[in-house]
Design a protein. Structure first.
Length: 185
């Protein structure tokens, strides 16, 4: 029988109130608080905290405040930049490629809930992974929804709500986000 964490990582319905998951989220919140309380003069300390949060070394720059659910489900390429006030609900993997820039207040949500009201009342939830390619620029206030992939070198306009995958080498914007033009034009 699968644990609640195994169900979570498999994209199945799971109980987020399972003690192991509560403990992992508490660890993450403690590390986010340390990161958010750090100052510009503490770059080495920020890098140490980030490495502990993500469970791997990283050269990413993340401007506080930053919030995430677990941290351990986030994989960052080299030279990734998060501007102020970003949120990553990393219930399932969030993979971000090299040289990708996220504007202020970008929100990345892998978490989702059942559409059926009776099923939602049961308190179970699920998630879908998100992949953001290399050399992507996501404008401030954009929301990336569960299951989305954004292709390499694409630009997502500020305030966009990305509900479906976006191909490589395009400019896309809006609510819902849609391709406006190819960057090859």
């Amino acid at each position: 029988m699968k644990s609640e964490k195994e169900k979570m990582l498999a994209g199945e319905l799971y109980d987020a109130q399972y003690p192991q998951l509560i403990g992992e989220r508490a660890r993450c919140r403690d590390l986010c608080k340390l990161l958010n309380d750090s100052t510009e003069n503490q770059q080495d300390e920020r890098r140490r905290i980030l490495s502990e949060l993500l469970c791997c070394a990283t050269d990413a720059t993340i401007q506080p405040p930053f919030h995430c659910d677990y941290g351990t489900n986030i994989t960052l390429g080299s030279n990734v930049y998060f501007n102020f006030n970003c949120i990553v609900l990393d219930v399932m993997p969030v993979v971000i490629g090299d040289n990708t820039l996220l504007g202020p207040a970008v929100q990345i949500y892998t978490a989702t809930h059942p559409l059926d009201a009776m099923e939602r009342r049961g308190g179970l939830e699920s998630a879908k992974p998100i992949t953001i390619g290399s050399d992507v620029w996501i404008g401030g206030g954009a929301i990336i929804c569960p299951g989305v992939t954004i292709g390499d070198r694409s630009v997502i306009g500020a305030g966009s709500v990305v509900t479906k995958s976006i191909p490589a080498d395009v400019i896309a914007a809006g609510n819902p986000c849609r391709v406006l033009r190819s960057l090859a034009e």
